[in-house]
Design a protein around this ligand. Structure first.
Ligand code: CO
Length: 167
């Protein structure tokens, strides 16, 4: 296993729609292993493949970080959602800043596992929030895109200051 480099906002790959996974082979399982190590090394609770420079429809969700179940979702589709929750989110690709994002309280996701089997899960609460955040990455969105104009600007100003970059 090896830890991968996390792509930082505003890298173009974070704005692309990721492509479906077509081969469920050893290299895919290796990528999942490497992403798992990378997520844990960075104290993350989720990580999407575009964040490590691979624009494919794959993400991890781990509500307890490295201490609990790590779910790998391939070619995920949120087929149902209900309720509302609002809470703070951050992102390993937008480090150092946080913002409150409204999400559905529960989601039902249809996906494929690393062996190529069709699966479906209903998730609530924090896992549901992670799934929605990571799924956004596969569609070229980051959490700041959900914020209102002025909050988005404030958070990105703070991010620029922390990263010593201009956007
Ligand atoms: Co993120």
């Amino acid at each position: 296993m090896s830890a991968l480099t996390i792509v930082k906002y505003p890298n173009e790959i974070l704005k692309k729609k990721a492509l479906p996974v077509e081969s469920f082979d050893e290299s895919l399982r290796q990528l999942i292993q490497d992403m798992t190590e990378t997520m844990i090394a960075n104290d993350g609770v989720g990580l999407a493949a575009p964040q490590v420079g691979t624009s494919i429809r794959l993400f991890l969700a781990a509500p307890q970080g490295g201490k609990g179940t790590i779910h790998a979702f391939i070619n995920p589709e949120i087929i149902n959602h209900s309720g509302k929750q609002c809470g703070p989110e951050g992102c390993l690709s937008v480090p150092g800043v946080f913002g409150d994002v409204e999400r559905a309280k529960s989601v039902t996701v249809r996906y494929v596992d690393s062996e190529g089997n069709d699966k479906e899960i209903k998730a609530d609460g924090f896992l549901a929030r992670i799934i929605q955040h990571e799924n956004d990455h596969l569609n070229g969105e980051v959490f700041v895109d959900h914020l209102g104009f002025s909050e988005r600007k404030d958070i990105l100003d703070e991010y620029k200051r922390l990263q010593h970059i201009s956007l």
